[in-house]
Design a protein around this ligand. Structure first.
Ligand SMILES: Cc1cc2nc3c(=O)[nH]c(=O)nc-3n(C[C@H](O)[C@H](O)[C@H](O)COP(=O)(O)O)c2cc1C
Length: 142
């Protein structure tokens, strides 16, 4: 997807596909690196380009980076997503020194640990996804 440098009428058009996908989804899995204790600006642009489409839905995170494994970026994302009524999962799948975690073929060296963390997190996401979808259907908010 070609992204605009800032929000405006042009970006409204180019991001309409993204917005409609967010609208169709019942849950989100956000993957982010960490740069200088934050998340990338392009991710902020994507988040800001939708509004109602995010609301009353759950999100989980996979993050990666150096020593912090991307966790500081995720904590910032939680604050931003709260403004959009997104419920964020407590558990996070994080890769510290990500470049050490994968072999030359791109496979995880310690797949079992990541699988267990991902399984627990997706269980939470699945519960919230079903629960909030049922609640949105039962009582739409105007
Ligand atoms: C300019 C710069 C700043 C970074 N800052 C952080 C940081 O604050 N915390 C961290 O854990 N990793 C940091 N990293 C490491 C990146 O998260 C890591 O290189 C990651 O692989 C970048 O993701 P990408 O390759 O998908 O762009 C930084 C890397 C660069 C180049």
């Amino acid at each position: 997807m070609r992204l605009p440098e800032r929000l405006g009428s042009e970006s409204e058009r180019s991001l309409s596909t993204f917005r409609s996908r967010i609208g169709q989804a019942d849950a989100f899995l956000i993957v982010t690196p960490e740069y200088n204790h934050g998340y990338p600006s392009v991710l902020k642009l994507l988040i800001d380009s939708a509004n109602e489409e995010w609301k009353r839905k759950p999100a989980a995170f996979v993050c990666y980076g150096g020593q912090s494994g991307g966790l500081r970026a995720v904590e910032q994302l939680r604050m931003v997503l709260a403004e959009l009524h997104v419920v964020t999962m407590r558990d996070t799948v994080s890769f510290v020194n990500a470049w050490e975690q994968f072999d030359d073929a791109g496979s995880l060296r310690d797949g079992a640990r990541a699988d267990a963390a991902m399984g627990a997190m997706l269980n939470q996401l699945s519960w919230w996804s079903r629960t909030l979808a049922a609640a949105r259907n039962a009582e739409p908010v105007h």
